[in-house]
Ligand binder design. Structure first.
Ligand code: C2O
Ligand code: CU
Length: 441
């Protein structure tokens, strides 16, 4: 073989090596205008979707791997994708003006997500969010455990609600005075995975992992499973400290829970309803219909727990680093501004914390509305409510702060970058209720 041939060969081999390094296929995600057929209208409803689907596709990745998402914006306005709950590189967090530029119409953005934590997460835009989420842009992101458990079945339910007009259109006014004076935009049509009151078939004896995600703009859900007993095994994507039975669990926008449910072996032919019980008017979300088929033997195993993940004791001698007072003021863009320490985003009362040092923060709600407060890129533990110790058997990334309530949380900043912190009622966030927690190395 002569020299030049050898050179070509090494060149080709080198190229091949490079190709291999990128062999992991990027996952293609497109935001675009599409239409969606609700069962009670004659014509399809115009929506905005990921990959033409309502909700967007469930993305699966395995913990420890890097998922590459090639995102293309085919909308007529800028957007971005935020990966709610995932602790990833700050540059991939999807917040225009904080971690990236908005992705303009016709533009793309490659998100590289190194998956650190297994669990139930979700994704949604972080630009004009009160409109973009409401028009349908949202999807579930599941990070699989390295060690899979023998569930008979896994169900993923993205809970949502839509504000639909009689003519089949989405109510086109966003951030209205009504939305802003109240708890944001609550819809009139609740859906599970875009379906109105779906009936889901299960088999007698099946042990089911039910992942519930509240992807609504503003509605709080509190799912109630008739007759079935369910255990909560994970909250906001992380295994609980200790498994506990589901009673009244409040899922505010952003929150997730994973439930462990076993269908009784004698239940063939039965139906179980799943209702929302957050408001005083319960309504049907879905039904589980048990087939007449032969019953299966429920698999016997114990889901993992995380006894030592940011335990409350860790914050015992820690001073409160910050209190954010949550309230409303008159004026500005929408007539009402939602403030954190009297400031409106982007002119916010921001903080900067060093890496690895435990911090205590208080969200003090001086208003009579709901504020589900969410911090990007970190999990926290609720330590106190209204000055009284609480003992939640789990950590969170979103906590509902009720009217006049004060919630103290503890967390350890572990990822450098600037992490958005905001109310997850989209119109409240849009009207100013956002700040950042900067984490310095
Ligand atoms: Cu679902 Cu800024 O988050
Ligand atoms: Cu709020």
């Amino acid at each position: 073989m002569n020299i030049s041939r050898m050179m070509i060969l090494t060149l080709i081999l080198g190229l091949l090596g490079q190709l291999c390094a990128y062999a992991e296929q990027p996952y293609k995600l497109e935001a675009k205008e599409s239409s969606y057929q609700f069962p009670f209208f004659d014509t399809p409803t115009p929506v905005w979707s990921y990959n033409g689907r309502i909700p967007g596709p469930v993305i699966h990745g395995e913990v420890g791997t890097t998922v590459v998402i090639d995102f293309l914006n085919k909308l007529k306005e800028p957007t971005s994708i935020h990966w709610h709950g995932l602790r990833i590189d700050n540059a991939m967090d999807g917040v225009p003006g904080v971690t990236q530029d908005p992705v303009g119409p016709g533009q793309n953005f490659i998100y590289r997500l190194k998956l650190e934590d297994a669990g139930t997460f979700w994704y949604h835009p972080h630009f004009n969010s009160s409109e973009q989420l409401e028009r349908g842009l949202k999807g579930v992101f599941i990070v699989e455990e390295a060690e899979k458990q023998p569930w008979s079945r896994e169900l993923v339910w993205l809970m949502d609600d839509w504000l639909l007009q009689k003519d089949g259109n989405i109510y086109p006014k966003f951030n209205t005075g009504r939305d802003l004076m109240h708890d944001g935009r609550w819809g009139n049509v609740p859906t599970i995975n875009g379906l109105f009151r779906p009936e889901i078939l299960v088999k007698p004896g099946e042990r089911i992992r039910l992942r519930l995600i509240n992807g609504a703009n503003a509605r709080v859900f509190s799912p109630h499973l008739e007759e079935l007993s369910a255990n909560v095994i994970a909250v906001d994507g992380r295994p609980v400290t200790q498994i506990f039975p589901l009673k009244k669990f409040v899922l505010s926008p952003g929150n997730r829970i994973d439930l462990d449910i076993t269908i009784p072996q004698q239940a063939g032919g039965k139906t179980y309803t799943v209702e929302d019980r957050f408001t005083r008017k319960p309504f049907l979300l879905a039904t589980l219909k048990v087939t007449q088929s032969e019953s299966v033997k429920p698999p016997d195993f114990t889901p993992p727990t995380e006894a030592s993940f940011i335990p409350a004791q860790m914050f015992e001698n820690v001073q409160v680093a910050k209190t954010w007072d949550l309230n409303a003021i008159r004026g500005r863009k929408y007539g009402i501004g939602w403030t954190m320490n009297m400031k409106l985003w982007p002119d916010a009362d921001k903080v900067d914390y060093p890496l690895g040092v435990p911090r205590k923060v208080i969200f003090k709600n001086s208003s009579s509305r709901l504020h589900p407060m969410h911090i990007h890129g970190v999990f926290f533990r609720v330590l106190e409510r209204n000055g009284k110790k609480v003992n939640e058997q789990f950590t969170r990334d979103t906590v509902l702060v009720g009217p006049r309530e004060s919630v103290m949380i503890g967390f350890v900043p572990e990822h450098p970058g600037i992490w958005l912190t905001h109310c997850h009622i989209q119109s409240h966030a849009e009207a100013g209720m956002m700040t950042t927690i900067g984490v310095r190395e």
